[in-house]
Every structure is written in structure tokens, then in C-alpha cells.
Design a protein around this ligand. Structure first.
Ligand SMILES: NC(=O)c1ccc[n+]([C@@H]2O[C@H](COP(=O)([O-])OP(=O)(O)OC[C@H]3O[C@@H](n4cnc5c(N)ncnc54)[C@H](O)[C@@H]3O)[C@@H](O)[C@H]2O)c1
Ligand SMILES: [Zn+2]
Length: 398
């Protein structure tokens, strides 16, 4: 029979391969993660195999350790207390916090070598504790060593707890291009410990809140109202309000990734990137002196005004949005908004082109048709962008 079917086979035929892979990972919210009594980390480690000792290797953000000197010891004590389930293969490795760790592939390669030296296999765990940059770089290491080892993320900044840490992307910067190398790789688990936030400077605490305003604007009008009502508490970093804000923001990001229909971003739309086309440009124009969140706040304000000017959003709503952002501590003006190229073109216009190139294909920008409702458009009018910038400038002066 086999011979018959071979004889019938037609060279040039196309066979379609099709399969889907379900993903599931827990995102836990806790406090005192490495307190002996806290079982969160242990339970997550044992969630698929409860009756074995798990090999674990930690990379910890050095900026975090500066703010919380005892952390490495706490991890050591926790692991030795639970040594029946945890095999700590080495003392936690400190790695450079912030964008340094993502620069070219130097640190990524060093970390790969550490995984190799300690015989980390596909059932071992690589844990990253730190800001979004450390999570991105360690995530890339974990996703590529042995084509993927188990990875647990423990975000420690407002931005990484409410946004990047709960996502599915990793990356490093190469050829001077941000996130040029990276993969989509859902983690094994994410654990948010609110206590880590306490060590952050004011500027970083404020900056992380821009993503909450962003996601509220495009997805959840009630959350936007909650942010308005709690702005006093958030501006003074009131613990319960900050924790609630982080949790709701993380939920909304997770919902978009899990239920938005395109978790690995194969299409052109980036609904979560509301306010980001100009923000990315402002970050690079200011050579990253503006924090991501600070640039996003300006981008949100700019696109809110643009939404009004283009007739999509009711007049007055952009003031409401700017008022909330300012109440939270953001400045909505930076002189880089007015920068021009040598040929006289506004730099921000080239930001739109960069954004299109990053997405590939059609330009897709999310604007607002209502507070809580994002709407995609496929072109932006340069004049209206300029008018929006002028409006932001005039607001700052008045
Ligand atoms: N993968 C994604 O989906 C995604 C999404 C958005 C942003 N990102 C990336 O995230 C990065 C920005 O992350 P970020 O805003 O968390 O900042 P960050 O990682 O750059 O950290 C900022 C600074 O805070 C320090 N730090 C971290 N935790 C601390 C703590 N608890 N106390 C004191 N200091 C602490 C770090 O050492 C660093 O110096 C960027 O590289 C960006 O590209 C990734
Ligand atoms: Zn962002």
C-alpha cells in the first residue's frame, strides 16, 4: 500500500501544517515575597511538579539591591529554608539595572554563559528580579538558552509591575536600535511584590503611572474615573491606592494580550501603544533623559488634543486628561517637541515614519473616541500634529 501512495504522490503538492499551543501563566500579587512564611514563590515553582527539587538561578538588578541591601541574603535564607524543593545553584548574580544591561549583547552573552556553566536545563528556573530592562534582557537569555528554559519574572518598578513585566516580550538593543533583538516568550510565572516599589525614587514612581492612564483611556472609562478620584492619594504614593492602580493596570494589559487576538503582534495594530508613537521619538530625541513614562504622558496629552482636533473626541476631554496627568506629577511639555531636522522637517513627523517602519505595513495609530474607548486610524495629519504641539506649549505658558 505504501508503495501505491508513494506512486500517487504529486511533487509540488502543498501540505498545510497547523497546530496551536495554549499558554497559561499565573501573575501573583504578594508582599514580603522572600519572607520565610510566604509560600507564593514555592508554590509557583512546584506548580507543575510538586515532588522534586527545582534548580533555580537568580539574576538581580543591582539598582534594586542598592535600595534594598539585604535582598540577596533574604533569597539565600528563603531557599535554604525550603531546600527540599529549591536547589539554589549559585548565589544570586547581580546584573546592571536600567538600559545598560540591554546595550548590544554583551550582558546577554555573559548571562548565557552562566546558564551554561551551571547546567541550567529546560526544567530549571531562571528568575529575574528587577526593572523592565533587566526583565527584558534576562527574558531573552531564558528564551534562547536551550531554545527556552523556565523563566519567572519578578518586576520591581511601577512600570514593570503594571505593564512590561506581565507581558510576553523580551529584548535587547542592537545596532543602536532599541529592542532590535528579542522574542515573544510567555514566562512561567510573574510575581509582583509591592514592597519593592518602596525603594524607587519619586520620579520612577510617577513615571510608571503614565501606563495606567494610557490603558484606562483606551480600555476602561471607570478606571479613568477611579484614577481621577484617587489622584491625591496616587500623587503622594499612598500604598493601598498605588497597589490597586498597579493591579488594575496589569489586569487590563493582560486582558489585551490574552484576549486581544494578537498576543505576538503579527498584525499592524498596537492598541497598547496609545500615546507611544511620539513618546518613542521623544525618548530618543532627549537621549533617554526623559523616562519612558514621562514621554508617554506627553504622548498621551498630544494624542488627546489631536483626537479632539480631528473631531473624534469631545472638546474639553483633553483638558480633563491633562489635568489628571499633571495632578499625578507629570510635566506635559518638553522643548524636544519643537525640534527640527537639518532639512527643517519637524522631528516628530519622522517619529511617525519610524513607528510605521517598526510595525511594518500600514500605519496604525490608536486615538480616542471617548474616555475609555481607543479607536484606530491609519493616517495622521501633520498640521493637526503641529497644532496639538502648539496647544501643549500654550498650556504650559498659561
Ligand atoms: N517587554 C516589554 O513588553 C516592555 C514594555 C515596556 C517597556 N519595556 C522596557 O522596560 C524598560 C524600562 O523599565 P523600567 O521603567 O522598569 O526601568 P528600568 O528597568 O530601566 O529601571 C530603572 C532604574 O531603577 C532601578 N530599580 C529597579 N527596581 C528598583 C527598585 N525597586 N528600587 C530602586 N531602584 C530600582 C534600576 O536599577 C534602574 O536603575 C525599557 O528597557 C523598556 O524598553 C519592555
Ligand atoms: Zn509604554
Amino acid at each position: 500500500m505504501e508503495n501505491d501512495s508513494l506512486a500517487e504522490a504529486v511533487w509540488g503538492e502543498t501540505i498545510v501544517q497547523r497546530f496551536s499551543v495554549p499558554y497559561e501563566f499565573p501573575v501573583s500579587f504578594t508582599e514580603s515575597l522572600f519572607g520565610i512564611e510566604n509560600k507564593t514563590f514555592l508554590e509557583i515553582l512546584c506548580r507543575l511538579e510538586s515532588d522534586k527539587r527545582h534548580k533555580v538561578l537568580f539574576f538581580v538588578d543591582d539598582g534594586l539591591v542598592e535600595a534594598r541591601a539585604g535582598l540577596v541574603d533574604e533569597i539565600g535564607i528563603y531557599c535554604s529554608h525550603h531546600k527540599n524543593s529549591i536547589e539554589l545553584v549559585a548565589q544570586p548574580f547581580l546584573v546592571p539595572g536600567g538600559e545598560k544591561i540591554k546595550a548590544e549583547l554583551q550582558h546577554v552573552e555573559q548571562m548565557q554563559k552562566i546558564l551554561y556553566d551551571y547546567h541550567i536545563d529546560r526544567h530549571s528556573f531562571v528568575v529575574a528580579i528587577g526593572g523592565g530592562a533587566v526583565l527584558d534582557a534576562v527574558g531573552l537569555v531564558a528564551a534562547t538558552a536551550h531554545r527556552g528554559v523556565r523563566h519567572i519574572r519578578i518586576p520591581t518598578t511601577v512600570l514593570s509591575q503594571n505593564d512590561s513585566g506581565v507581558g510576553v516580550k523580551n529584548g535587547a538593543n542592537l545596532y543602536g536600535t532599541k529592542n532590535y533583538v528579542g522574542t515573544f516568550a510567555p514566562p512561567f510565572a510573574v510575581i509582583n511584590d509591592f514592597e519593592f516599589i518602596a525603594g524607587l525614587g519619586e520620579r520612577d514612581k510617577i513615571a510608571g503611572m503614565a501606563e495606567a492612564v494610557k490603558v484606562a483611556l483606551i480600555r476602561d472609562g471607570d478606571f479613568f474615573e477611579w484614577l481621577e478620584q484617587n489622584a491625591d492619594n496616587l500623587a503622594t504614593f499612598h500604598k493601598a491606592s498605588m497597589a490597586r492602580m498597579i493591579q488594575r493596570c496589569a489586569e487590563l494589559h493582560m486582558k489585551q494580550i490574552g484576549q486581544g487576538g494578537d498576543p505576538f503582534e503579527t498584525g499592524s495594530a498596537r492598541p497598547l501603544d496609545y500615546g507611544h508613537w511620539s513618546a518613542h521619538k521623544l525618548e530618543s530625541l532627549t537621549r533617554y533623559h526623559l523616562r519612558h513614562g514621562e514621554a508617554v504622558a506627553i504622548g498621551i496629552a498630544l494624542d488627546a488634543r489631536y483626537s479632539v482636533l480631528s473631531g473624534m473626541l469631545s472638546p474639553g476631554e483633553e483638558d480633563r486628561i491633562c489635568f489628571l496627568l499633571e495632578h499625578l506629577g507629570f510635566k506635559l511639555w518638553h522643548s524636544a517637541l519643537e525640534m527640527r531636522t537639518i532639512s527643517g522637517e519637524p522631528e516628530l513627523s519622522s517619529g511617525l515614519r519610524d513607528f510605521r517602519e517598526h510595525l511594518g505595513g500600514e500605519l496604525t495609530i490608536t486615538l480616542l473616541s471617548k474616555i475609555g474607548v481607543g479607536t484606530e486610524v491609519h493616517e495622521m495629519n501633520d498640521d493637526l500634529v503641529m497644532q496639538s504641539i502648539a496647544w501643549l506649549k500654550a498650556r504650559q505658558v498659561s
